[in-house]
Ligand binder design. Structure first.
Ligand SMILES: Cc1cc2nc3c(=O)[nH]c(=O)nc-3n(C[C@H](O)[C@H](O)[C@H](O)COP(=O)(O)OP(=O)(O)OC[C@H]3O[C@@H](n4cnc5c(N)ncnc54)[C@H](O)[C@@H]3O)c2cc1C
Ligand code: SF4
Ligand code: SF4
Length: 610
């Protein structure tokens, strides 16, 4: 986009959006939590502009402009996905939908709630508590947005009882790339096309969610087993016996080992386990009879702790900063044979893998296999990242379907969508987005800068060959790797910077971010700036000043997925920046008066007190 075009778009949208142009701020929009280091070499990941639209009208103007000028648009929610779905692939505009975060209407009689796309599940929960209502299923990333979960996943906590998210939505409003806005209902064929297609066909504007009465639930239960086989046998037995819990989750022994390490005491048995939550006392009592003799029930306080941790699935997995996940929806009956194969391969490679699984229906499990890696240890990282497609491919052999696609799972699109669906999706994309401006060069196929090397490697035949090679070569390669480098992190700030997994959970509760909507004010991005500082890279005074827009309230620490000592890190970071640039007295004064006069801030303070 040349300067003339940038001026035109600014004039077009006037006050209908905020536009961000600063170099560093745009860089913050060039990544997701996956943080694949070579992405920048393959794609133009830094957007030319970041636009935060405040209204549908502004969005329409942006779409009209983008179509006329063939400028790519990349929609983005809370960036808690990690496969490149929000990462720009070509020069263009990132549409940060944070300002579209209004709760539109509650219908108490019908028990429905209409919300804008940028509302987070945690905000909905806060709102509904007062009404004695609740949503049905929700993601463990409680801080992620409604639009983001529609566009990516749809399976989470509560999916056993309530099924996929698409069964809990009465209607969605979508803006197509040509600017048309349409309300779409479940009976229409088009409806399902917006779930899991990662913003390929349109921008989700609102969703009307079906709710239920808040339940007075019995306590959840954690049951230990000697092996994954026993745990899954128990799950299938429970399903056959007709139990209908809200949620069933499998956790491998490593999770409970981590919990012990985190708590500094051996409270949990280090065994495979199943976590179950019911709605009604009567069913829970029957379940307790059923469980007796089949597994060992953990004490209530331990079950409660693990239940609470369902919203912190990344907590204290390891101090390594780079989570690499392989996620598949797999037939329940094939889960154990698949996990046995995974174990065989990862043991040969000397890699630790942690497994958890939401049971998402009578026949399906959403399996998450996570390895914690460290991009600084480049050789080990290469082994870890190679294993992700190897394990995905293996899962496909066991009847699995990859959960997300983004950029990095594009070779698996044919496994995610059958031939007929893919043909239909491609035709629909051509129809609704004829100039291919919405989230281009991902999901369906890849196109990289200059020679399309990744596009070639990701062709099914070539990719299949590469996977076979990787399966054979990885264990050999592992043996050639020199002993793991130890990274010495001197200060608390350094430790925090490298332990942050960039999940974005902290942004959802940061009052400074909620009031300013400045991306650089989020804890995650302050740590990114700190990394640059520690690496000796240039930082501007104006970017440095934004770090001081912080109340030191500690809310970020409360919700940090990796339990980082963030407030202490802010003190250290501010001290370093103050030494270099001085304390930005005026910016801090302005910030304090903005906070004091912000209704949102006082609502936030009140909500914390309640
Ligand atoms: C700790 C943790 C736990 C998680 N637990 C779960 C889980 O239980 N279940 C699950 O499914 N996932 C889970 N995830 C993955 C992720 O949180 C979900 O995919 C999430 O719902 C994405 O929402 P988001 O707002 O972060 O979207 P983003 O990551 O910002 O965007 C994801 C994709 O959706 C597109 N998009 C975003 N908003 C719109 C819109 N309005 N219109 C069109 N396209 C849009 C983007 O372009 C991108 O392709 C977890 C992640 C973390 C870090
Ligand atoms: S301590 Fe600062 S960064 Fe953390 S939540 Fe409070 S204002 Fe935000
Ligand atoms: S600071 Fe914590 S919550 Fe925030 S992105 Fe990093 S790990 Fe996630």
């Amino acid at each position: 986009m040349n300067e003339k075009l940038k001026t035109r778009i600014k004039e077009l949208i006037e006050n209908g959006a905020r536009i961000t142009e600063g170099d560093f701020e745009r860089e913050l929009y060039s990544m997701d939590m996956g943080g694949v280091p070579f992405a920048k070499r393959l794609f133009d990941t830094t957007p030319e502009l970041v636009i935060l639209p405040k209204s549908v009208d502004a969005l329409k103007k942006i779409a009209k402009f983008a179509n006329e000028e063939k400028v790519a648009l990349f929609p983005r929610g809370s960036v808690s996905s990690g496969l490149g779905g929000v990462v720009p692939t070509v020069k263009g505009i990132v549409l940060d939908l944070s300002f579209m975060d209004k709760i539109v209407a509650l219908n108490r009689e019908q028990e429905t709630l209409k919300v804008q796309t940028g509302v987070r599940w945690s905000e909905i929960d806060d709102f509904l508590k007062k009404e004695d209502l609740s949503v049905r299923a929700y993601p463990s990333s409680f801080f992620s947005t409604v639009g983001g979960w529609i566009a990516t996943g749809g399976y989470g906590i509560g999916s056993y009882r309530f099924g996929h998210l698409k069964y809990q939505i009465e209607s969605i409003e979508v803006m197509f790339p040509l600017g048309e806005v349409k309300s779409i209902h479940p009976e229409e064929e088009e409806f399902a096309r917006f779930f899991g297609t990662e913003g390929q066909f349109g921008i989700i504007l609102t969703a009307t969610l079906t709710l239920r009465k808040k339940q007075n639930k019995p306590p959840p239960h954690l049951i230990y087993f000697e092996s994954a086989e026993e745990a899954f046998e128990f799950i299938t037995g429970m399903i056959k016996a007709g139990f209908m819990p809200n949620h069933i989750k499998y956790l491998d022994a490593s999770h409970l080992e981590e919990a012990n390490t985190f708590l500094g005491e051996d409270l949990f048995s280090v065994k495979d386990a199943v976590l179950v939550e019911f709605d009604e006392d009567e069913e829970e009592t029957k379940f307790l009879y059923f469980a007796e003799g089949r597994g060992i029930l953990a004490e209530d306080y331990l079950s409660n702790y693990i239940w609470h941790e369902r919203l912190f699935p990344m907590k204290k997995r390891s101090r390594k900063p780079t989570p690499l996940a392989c996620e598949l929806v797999i037939p329940l009956e094939n889960t154990v044979p698949y996990l046995n194969e995974v174990k065989r391969i990862t043991e040969r490679c000397g890699v630790d893998i942690q497994v958890e699984s939401h049971i998402v229906g009578k026949e399906k499990a959403l399996l998450m296999l996570t390895q914690m890696s460290d991009v600084r240890d480049s050789k080990a990282y290469l082994v870890h990242i190679t294993l992700v497609p190897v394990l995905t491919q293996l899962g496909i052999k066991f009847g699995g379907v990859p959960y997300g696609i983004g950029i990095w799972n594009t070779p698996f699109i044919k496994e995610k969508c059958d031939k007929k669906t893919l043909k239909l999706y491609k035709a629909y994309k051509r129809e609704v987005d004829p100039r291919n401006i919405l989230n281009p060069h991902k999901f369906f196929s890849i196109k990289t800068k200059m020679v399309n090397i990744l596009g070639i490697l990701f062709k099914p035949l070539m990719f299949g060959l590469l996977i076979r090679l990787a399966t054979l070569a990885t264990p050999v390669f592992v043996k050639l790797i020199s002993p793991k480098e130890e990274f010495k992190e001197e200060s608390l700030l350094e430790k925090t910077v490298y332990a942050c997994i960039k999940c974005g959970s902290c942004a959802a509760t940061c009052p400074a971010y909620l009031v300013t909507n400045e991306e650089l004010v989020t804890p995650k991005n302050k740590l990114y700036l700190a990394k640059k500082l520690l690496d000796g890279e240039e930082i501007s005074k104006s970017d440095s000043d934004k770090v001081f827009l912080c109340t030191h309230c500690g809310m970020c620490r409360e919700v940090c997925q990796n339990d980082l000592d963030l407030v202490a890190a802010w003190t250290e970071l501010e001290r370093m920046l103050e030494d270099r640039f001085g304390k930005p007295g005026e910016a801090i004064r302005d910030f304090v008066s903005t906070m004091e006069s912000s209704e949102e801030y006082w609502r936030f303070v009140y909500a914390q007190k309640v």
